[in-house]
Design a binder for this molecule. Sequence first.
Ligand SMILES: [Zn+2]
Length: 120
Amino acid sequence: MPTIAETICRQYEDGKCPDCGDNIPDTMVDGGECANCGHVFYAPESDSERIESLKNLLSSRFGRDDQAMSEALDDLVHDLASQIGSSINNGGLDSQIEFISEQCGDFAVKTVADHIEGEG
Ligand SMILES: [Zn+2]
């Protein structure tokens, strides 16, 4: 098992702070700060660890109220999805068609046809 310091150093290019380029000391801990610029280092998490961390964060604030947790995330999910949408639109026609095809599968052609009709 690598130590947390090894893991943190390994996920940062060349074991250097991404903000100031200082070497990350071997003694660095998860959540520790760069002595030079204050950048906070985090050890990488697996998907399931990350999901667990998110759930812990939410229950520490909202207890076991799933409805409140979900409502707290509504705007954020909208914002993130909207950013994805912008990025796809900025990618141009191919990127848009690929996305619609992936999202809608067998209904892609009908969805676009209905949309174009609605626009016209
Ligand atoms: Zn730094």
